[in-house]
Design a binder for this molecule. Sequence first.
Ligand SMILES: C[S@@+](CC[C@H](N)C(=O)[O-])C[C@H]1O[C@@H](n2cnc3c(N)ncnc32)[C@H](O)[C@@H]1O
Length: 270
Amino acid sequence: MCQPLRLNAGNEALAGTSVSLRLLTPLACIAARSMASAAPRGGPAAFWDSTYGSGPEMVYGQAPNRWLAASSGVRDLVPEGARIVELASGEGRNAVWLAEQGFRTVGVDISAAGVAKSRAFAKAKGMSEDVLRFETGDATTFGDDDSFDAVVGIFAHVPPPMKQAFIANMVRIVKPGGRVIGQWYTPTHVDRKNDPAIAWGKGGPPDAAACFSAKELRSSPLGTEGAFEVLEEVDADVTEGTLHAGKANVLNVIWTKATLLEGKPDRGEA
Ligand SMILES: C[S@@+](CC[C@H](N)C(=O)[O-])C[C@H]1O[C@@H](n2cnc3c(N)ncnc32)[C@H](O)[C@@H]1O
């Protein structure tokens, strides 16, 4: 159930931050449910099953996403032993890394082939199911309200009609004071990739509508239900496995969900 009006029970994830504390509204919860029910089924699962099922190699490699591993998001802001979900976890490279950092991690992906490869990868790394598990599931509906200390999404590109439900779901399942940490390709990336006059890298959705811009996230529930610590569109070298190679324009996001103190919104005013 959505329970937006309640006390922040001393969430450690807020320690040492200057996040403004605002009134939570149930809008994200309502949006997640109504939009998810209209989402198409089957298409992306079949596409990704065929991509991941085409061979034993991991198409984005075994190493975690470079930004995820290097940025302050997970390293400095998520408390030790925290519960993290990676939505659209693919073949498991990021979730395995998160578990190796000591987080209790669950990876969720719509592709059964991706989940099977993730489980095999975790087994080969000797990871126990107590710290890391993978589930076949839909990133627009997975998870209970306020249940994760952090939600991670790395190139978690869902079909355009499902994007708003996906964003609303991230907001719904992260705890007050918890983080959303992610990297996505931007519409700029797709424009440049499709421009023969520009030498650009390969990778990312073919459709700009499947990407995220800073402007779009600012006007989404992320903009009203919490505060961005990082929201930047930057050029980066994204070389990962065989499918991501070279120059990219990406959106880096570190966001904290607002909390309540004593049932009243605290806007940090003197
Ligand atoms: C570009 S891949 C990224 C995989 C992984 N995050 C990584 O960085 O290695 C996009 C992933 O989104 C998954 N996906 C697409 N729509 C989804 C949905 N509605 N729910 C869960 N996963 C989804 C695909 O199956 C695919 O694994």
